[in-house]
Design a protein around this ligand. Structure first.
Ligand code: PNS
Length: 159
């Protein structure tokens, strides 16, 4: 069984994340989407809400498991016998930090990181920008799945 993990904050999941997860799901038997808990970063959505949205929008792939984890990504991988991390690279600006993390993770446990070039349609996309644009009433309907759009509208614009 070939396994990989797509880790992140997913606050919330965007079409950019989904592009990487769907491509990973075609390359591996089982893809784990790990919502990494960062206590110092208060998100717009609770961890359980993020998980619910990711489960909803990845259900059609059939081989995606969604979980949260509090701790080091390498420990998550060790516990589940996952040898590979799959990450999207949007632009050169992502590369520095992603390379550092990949080398650190490999040094800590031997886990490999595989980079997938993001679909250029989403190369500017991030959860932070989606939240900012949506907060001020901008249209993000082409950047997130419909379930996420509904959740954003409820969270940001419900009275
Ligand atoms: O979506 P993000 O916030 O860019 O994802 C970053 C994430 C969660 C993948 C990264 O911060 C991470 O792996 N965190 C878990 C803690 C850890 O293992 N830190 C050491 C990384 S070398």
């Amino acid at each position: 069984m070939r396994r990989a993990v797509c880790p992140g904050s997913f606050d919330p999941i965007t079409n950019g994340h989904l592009d990487i997860i769907s491509r990973a799901s075609r390359l591996y038997d089982e893809v784990y989407v790990a919502v990494m808990i960062n206590k110092s970063k208060k998100g717009l959505f609770e961890i359980d809400e993020r998980i619910g949205l990711i489960r909803e929008v990845t259900a059609e792939y059939g081989n995606v498991v969604v979980e949260s984890f509090h701790g080091l990504l390498v420990d998550y991988c060790k516990e589940r016998d996952i040898p590979a991390i799959v990450k999207g690279l949007r632009a050169v600006s992502d590369f520095d930090y992603e390379l550092q993390m990949a080398q650190m993770n490999n040094g800590l446990s031997g886990v490999e990181t595989l980079f997938v070039p993001t679909n250029p349609t989403y190369s500017f996309l991030s959860s932070s920008l989606v939240k900012e644009v949506a907060t001020w009433g901008g249209d993000v309907s082409h950047l997130v799945p419909p379930a996420v759009l509904t959740a954003l509208n409820e969270r940001l614009h419900a009275h």
